[in-house]
Write a protein that binds this ligand. Structure first.
Ligand code: FRU
Length: 624
């Protein structure tokens, strides 16, 4: 607090309204102008001003002063009385940073420092071993994903200035195999039009927008209180590393002043040789068309009253897939991320199958039919990568808006689920999407242990699942329930924390129950725009039913009727804080976060009410 004491002393003596607090040895000085504005004067050039963050603080407004009207303040939870972690604030050669809305007596002033580097070494216990995460800061939706010249671009909703939602940028990682990701600088930064919300990127193969053949064109939502939610465009001619914002943004505003109008997904519609945009519009998806990606014409809308209720449509996608692999029978699939509306509370991904004539979507099923892309609670904002030819690859964000901001993590928050390949299959006269882990995930296998098949009429234990460090494993197995009413296993650790995974043959369900999985009470204020906290009650807390509904401690289930039956092939991916199950090639996908306080290390198989068998069990240790 030394600096502050000097400042206070100076304040006492000052005749002018402001005080200047010098700390030349540290390369900057602080000028507190009253209690609500501080100017940081940088006297020694450095790459970053390192900012101390306290997650429970209010948001200060921090702005790099470059003298341009485009200077934009970032909302940053500067430390008031203790520091949770630090974030770097890039100075880009400029000498003044203004900081508003935080008092001169806050702790942060003592912990500011200049640096040319920022240490991104992992400090979070729950950081996944092999799932994509940002190096630091907050991540939600994957967006703008596109494949070009051998690279998959994963852009994502990113806050570089703290591990809670805010300051939306498009963060950026690239991969050549969908598994190993390289972190790059954010590609599109929050600006004076607002946060850079979700959207999509296309390869402009025919130079329709005029930025050159094969330019990458990003379409995204700018969101602010001042201008609302409006669609904007930016282009990149350096393979997606940097984007230039279109000078005449926005390119599209809602014709009826809708408040929720966001997340444009754009694709080329070959029959009409035009671009189509699908954009979420409250409880609908709206379609627009364009020939140059700049002028858009409204076509139609679909959705109100369809699927799970109540809901708010977000993050659409619209893809065409062959039914049962038959290219002569193509169907359109509308992917709709909804929040709230998940059958287990909070956010989830549903989809509709139907036809599209270049203008409007017609759904094959009645409004009350809901089909889920994933039956877990931590699968959201799933959209597909553009320009992947015959393959359709989706990537989810692995969290739920109910508790995404309060998971037991600090340095970074947010991970992606494994990429999934989407295909269509038919079952009992209905068409469904299978979402199976991509074959590229096999590259994660470091070591494989085959376990001889066994019959189950009681218990069967397998210990030492891993080498005792991280539980990063894939478990493959074929389960035949036979006469058993329940068959499954607990994935457990030395403390008895467990994830219960089982087939309930009477109810016809696959269940993943995380009520005893480790840390299960994620408490804390659920602040922000996304306050859809479902209150738990004591009754709920006591119940062990799989319909048990509280925010985190619960079981999720999927109907086994989607599968072929008799024998079920389970492919399960366990990482530091997640379990993803794929059954029968993705006919069921189920993604859930778990926070065990020790790595899971064993399996306890069991059957009840009859004899079951487990065959082809292989335990793969996974790593990058
Ligand atoms: C979905 C979402 C989007 C929005 C983004 C903001 O999770 O609410 O609709 O674009 O997050 O970060």
């Amino acid at each position: 607090m030394k600096k502050n004491l000097i400042c206070l002393a100076l304040a006492g003596m000052a005749v002018t309204a402001f005080t200047a607090c010098q700390s030349q040895s540290e390369g900057f000085s602080l000028e507190h102008q009253g209690d609500t504005l501080t100017l940081v004067h940088i006297t020694r050039p450095a790459k970053y001003l390192i900012l101390p963050i306290q997650e429970t603080s209010g948001e200060a407004k921090v702005r790099l002063e470059t003298g341009s009207p485009a200077d934009c303040a970032m909302d940053i939870r500067l430390a008031m009385d203790s520091v949770d972690y630090y974030v770097p604030f890039a100075l880009n050669g400029h000498a003044t940073v203004s900081i508003r809305r935080i008092g001169a007596d806050a702790l942060c002033w003592d912990s500011l420092r200049l640096s040319d580097t920022f240490d991104t070494a992992n400090r979070d216990y729950y950081r996944p071993v092999y799932h994509h995460t940002p190096l630091y800061g907050w991540m939600n939706d994957p967006n703008g994903m596109v494949y070009k010249d051998g690279e998959y671009h994963l852009y994502y909703q990113y806050n570089p200035y703290g591990s809670k939602w805010g300051n939306m940028h498009w963060g950026h990682s690239v991969s050549r195999d969908l598994i190993h990701w390289q972190h790059l600088d954010p590609a599109i930064a929050r600006d004076t039009l607002g946060h850079i919300f979700s959207g999509s990127t296309v390869v402009d193969k025919d130079n329709t927008a005029g930025y050159g053949k094969d330019a990458l064109i990003a379409l995204y939502t700018s969101a602010s209180d001042k201008y609302g939610q409006i669609q904007c465009m930016a282009y990149s001619t350096d393979n997606g590393r940097t984007y230039t914002k279109y000078e005449h943004n926005p390119i599209l505003t809602p014709f009826d002043g809708l408040k929720d109008f966001r997340d444009p997904k754009v694709f080329w519609y070959e029959p009409d040789k035009k671009w189509i945009m699908i954009v979420s519009a409250d409880k609908n998806m709206r379609f627009y068309s364009s020939t140059d990606l700049k002028e858009w014409t409204y076509l139609s809308q679909f959705g109100e009253g369809y699927g799970a209720q109540p809901n708010q449509f977000e993050c659409p996608d619209f893809v065409q897939l062959p039914v049962d692999g038959n290219k002569d029978n193509m169907k359109w699939v509308m992917i709709v991320n909804i929040n709230p509306g998940c059958m287990f509370g909070g956010s989830a991904t549903e989809y509709f199958v139907g036809t599209f004539d270049g203008k409007a979507f017609k759904c094959d099923t009645k409004p009350q039919v809901t089909k889920w892309l994933d039956y877990g609670k931590d699968h959201y904002a799933a959209v597909c990568i553009s320009n992947t030819g015959d393959r359709t690859i989706a990537l989810p964000w692995m969290s739920n808006w109910q508790y995404a901001n309060i998971t037991p993590i600090k340095q970074y928050r947010g991970a992606n689920g494994l990429p999934r390949e989407l295909t269509l299959y038919t079952k009992d006269g209905q068409t469904y999407v299978a979402a199976n882990v991509v074959p590229e995930a096999k590259a994660l296998r470091k070591d494989s242990r085959a376990v001889e098949g066994f019959s189950l009429n009681g218990e069967h234990r397998i210990d030492n699942l891993t080498d005792g460090t991280d539980c990063a494993v894939e478990l493959e197995m074929d389960i035949t329930p036979g006469s058993a009413q329940t068959v499954g296993f607990d994935l457990l650790n030395e403390k008895g924390e467990k994830v219960k995974i089982y087939l309930d043959m009477k109810a016809g369900r696959l269940v993943m129950d995380r009520t005893e999985s480790g840390i299960t009470q994620l408490d804390g204020p659920n602040k922000g725009n996304y306050d859809v906290h479902v209150k738990e009650t004591d009754d709920h807390r006591k119940s062990l039913s799989v319909n048990y509904r509280n925010d985190f401690a619960l079981g999720t289930w999927a109907p086994l009727a989607l599968c072929n039956g008799k024998t079920y092939h389970l492919d399960i991916f366990v990482d530091k804080c997640s379990v993803e199950i794929f059954v029968d090639g993705g006919r069921i996908a189920m993604t859930n976060l778990v926070f065990p306080t020790r790595p899971y290390d064993g399996l306890r198989f069991y059957s009840e009410g009859g004899q079951a068998t487990v065959n082809n069990l292989t335990i793969h240790s996974l790593g990058l």
